[in-house]
Design a protein around this ligand. Structure first.
Ligand code: DQA
Length: 146
C-alpha cells in the first residue's frame, strides 16, 4: 500500500507557528514520526508540502494510479478551495482530512471545509497523532493485504 501525505500552507512552519495551537514539533519531526509509523505497518509513504494551491492540485493529479490513499491537511485551503475538492474527486483516491488543531472549537470561518465532501474521514484536534490515526483509518478501509 502506498500513501501520499499532503500538507498545505504554513504546515512547514510547525514548531514556530502558534505553538499553543499546533504544538512544538517541527514539520521534519512530524514527517519522521509518520514515516516510522508507516514502516512499522509495511506501508510505503511519500510526503509533499506546499504553500501554493496549484502545486497541491498538481500533486493530487499526479497521485492518480500511483497512490492508494491520501492523508491531507489542506490547512487554510480547507476553508477556501474548490480546486482541491475537484482534484480529489477527479482522481477518486480515498482521502482522510486531518487537522492538527481542534478546528470545530475555532473561528466561524474555519467551520467550512470544501475538501470534506471528497474525504471518507475527518480527524481534528489530536495534534500530529491525527496523521497516524488517518493511516489507521486507511488501513482499515483498504485492508492490510495491498
Ligand atoms: C489547520 C487548521 C486550519 O484552519 C489552519 O488554516 C491551518 C492548520 C490544522 O491543522 O489545524 O493552517 O488545518
Amino acid at each position: 500500500m502506498k500513501i501520499l501525505v499532503l500538507n498545505g500552507p504554513n504546515i512547514n512552519m510547525l514548531g514556530i507557528r502558534e505553538p499553543e495551537l499546533y504544538g512544538t514539533e517541527t514539520y521534519a519531526t512530524m514527517v519522521e514520526k509518520i514515516r516510522t509509523y508507516c514502516e512499522g505497518k509495511k506501508i510505503e509513504c511519500d510526503f509533499f508540502q506546499s504553500n501554493h494551491e496549484g502545486a497541491l492540485v498538481d500533486k493530487i493529479q499526479e497521485a492518480y494510479g500511483v497512490f492508494d490513499a491520501i492523508v491531507m491537511n489542506p490547512a487554510a485551503y480547507t476553508h477556501t478551495s474548490v480546486a482541491l475538492l475537484d482534484a480529489l474527486k477527479a482522481v477518486s483516491i480515498p482521502c482522510v482530512e486531518v487537522h492538527i488543531s481542534d478546528v470545530p472549537s475555532r473561528e466561524a470561518f474555519r467551520q467550512v471545509s470544501y475538501v470534506r465532501a471528497a474525504c471518507f474521514k475527518t480527524i481534528t484536534g489530536l495534534g500530529t497523532d491525527g496523521y497516524l490515526r488517518a493511516v489507521d483509518a486507511i488501513e482499515e478501509l483498504l485492508g492490510k493485504k495491498k
